[in-house]
Design a binder for this molecule. Sequence first.
Ligand code: C2E
Length: 785
Amino acid sequence: MDRDGFLNTHRILGRNPLHAKPLALQLRVFTLTLILLGLIAQLIFAVLSWQQEKADLEADLASQTAFAASAVEHFFGDLGSSLGLLGESLQGQVWPSDPQRARALLQGFQAHHPEVASMVLFDATGRMRINTGLPVDAILPDLRQHPEILKALIQDMQSSAPYVIGRTQHGLVLDHWRIPVRHTVWQAGRPEFLLQASVRVERANLWQGLPLQKDLRLGILRDDGFQQYRWPDHDPESTHGLEAQDPLRQHLEKSLKQGSGVFESQLPEDGVDRLGAYMHVPELGLTVYLSLPKSLLWSRWWTRNALALLGFVLYSGLFLGMSRMILRREEQHSHSLLSQARRDALTGLPNRLAAHERLDQEIADRQAGGQFALLFLDLDGFKEINDNLGHAMGDRLLKQVATRLQQDLRRQETLARLGGDEFLIIQPGAGVREAARLARQMLDLLNPPFLLAEHRLQVGASIGISLYPQDGLDAGLLLKHADLAMYEAKRQGRNDFAHFSPLLEQRSRERLQLRQDLERALENGEFLLHYQPLVDMQTGRIIGAEALIRWQDPQKGLRSPAEFIPFAEESGLILPIGEWVMEEAFRQAQRWASQGLDLRVSINLSTRQFQSPSLILKLESLLQECPLARRHLELEITESAAMLDPRASIRTMNLLKSLNLRIAIDDFGTGYSSLSYLKHVPADVIKIDQSFVRDLIDDPDDAAIVRTIIALARCLGCECLAEGIETAEHFEALREMGCDYGQGYWMSRPLALPAFEELLQRNPCFMPADQNPLAGLSALLPRPG
Ligand SMILES: Nc1nc2c(ncn2[C@@H]2O[C@@H]3COP(=O)(O)O[C@H]4[C@@H](O)[C@H](n5cnc6c(=O)[nH]c(N)nc65)O[C@@H]4COP(=O)(O)O[C@H]3[C@H]2O)c(=O)[nH]1
């Protein structure tokens, strides 16, 4: 991946798409919605059932109150009527004439009414005359000493009602609570005497038939607010009058107007919140009320709702449990996906994604201070291994490389495979020295050959190092700089490591600039060809020319191929540039052939061009366009390019031969060709590299090499051409050795087309001075660049 790729990946990873969990979210929303709906239904049910329960209880209380009120009404009504009859039987014959008989009648009445504690007879003045609660001879109480009671008695005596119920009394003869029921007997429109039955209500069985459950409270209130009676605890000590502002009394006062109703209030006796019902009995001037603690409503409500609530809890629990189970499964699944997504399937190492995350983590950990190193490792020549031995073999190699690299790493150091043959090592805490030591260690680990099937492969690596924080504060920059340093290591001859320096960035910018300039040059037609004569060493005549590219840069002037061909080769731009050279050289060869000139035109093919699958097609189409050129064209392939993949090279060269093109092996002697390989190479010419020619005169070794190459060419049936002939001595020595052709500054530098054609016209003969009077002519010719 290129540097932009790194940065893009980093940017994409920054968004962390794997954290999005739509299913989990949907499931959560679904579960919560179901629970919420259940909760709402539960709430509605709870409120409705509360209302229902309350209404039921109120209705219950109201009917019980009606029952109680009716019992009270009947009881006092019956007693009142009985008193009326007793009064009638006493009047005239018995009272006041026969007090003993009157007393007996009263006692008889009392005997028939066990709830009556005593019978009393008062005369019209309010004086007590008979009291069955006291012995016959006892002194009767004088009510004048109890003016309150006397007043109430006189008032009741005046009442036209058949009977009157007085305030509940205590003391005065009887030591318990009783309700006085009074009946006045009239004589000629004036009260004659008053009969009073003192009723012990608890004996009256008033509440018989009522469900007297625990906590039920009953009460009877007079219209004047006097608490006549309370059940079950009629406390003689407590007050019997309710304050006017007492909430219960206020409720009950409504009963005077409404007759009946319900109330919520506390009772003075226990302070418990209660729910109650009341009913007014106008004939008696009493209100009967009945109440239960409100908590009973809660418990009745709870009994009704418990099941539904339990159902709801179970239902929610079930849904929650199910969704948690699904979520956990989903989480486990996505965990395993995540860990798979972070593992390189081939080597088992953390992959690019994991490396980026680890790098981000390391940076975050070092925010407060500290350093670490990043080692970017790229195998040397992996592409060739992959191409030649196949991908399966390439994969096996990568696995072995990963195992070896891992072997010396410490636990805190992370090794990741970024993809292809690129590995990354994060070395926490490391500075320049520690990183260099680790890089060297890694290179040493890769040093021993790898054994893959029958192959023993020597694989090196180039390592670029960047350091946090000095070489970058973010992951993208650190990776970019480590990558730049790795390119530098490759540039410096591979199997080595390099540290990042700002200078590399400068070079990278320059390379970028060069790329843009080359693209512009292609577009604007800034390239041109120079031609360097190829000379027959025996006759000294020009037999052809090597076409050599030049770049007429509008800013920098004429630029030599050494400045841009290596970069064009590295960047791939050599393909369009090489095509341009072929087109130009073919057309020139066609022109010369059509002019009747028998000139060989030699063209340099770069490694990439030579390996390009479209080469043959391109050549075929050019040959169709320039048919006369075919006989004169020669393609130069460097020995090292031909040796990269010997079998494929031979295949391509055979195809070139099938097009009737000549083949020259360039820079011969530098590429370590084996003799068995050379035997199969269909070359026409072997070009002796100028490095052997340069010291040919002084260095016997070089002379021996040149002589050997010439002999080899003979054996293989090839012609032989020496490059870099700079002196007459070079020329003479090579000629004597039997070299067929020569090329060099001594004869001529590469020339622009007009100068070359001018030279051709002169038809010079290049021979050392003693044999050739035209020697040195080239020195007079204009020199390019
Ligand atoms: N010192 C010395 N040098 C001599 C002498 N005689 C010739 N030379 C130089 O040797 C180089 C010969 O070309 P090469 O080995 O193919 O080496 C070429 C070739 O590999 C590459 N190149 C040039 N043109 C093209 C092209 O059109 N396509 C490709 N692919 N490569 C090219 O650039 C290299 C350099 O080209 P040039 O700078 O033109 O350099 C030329 C030429 O100027 C001599 O007596 N002494």
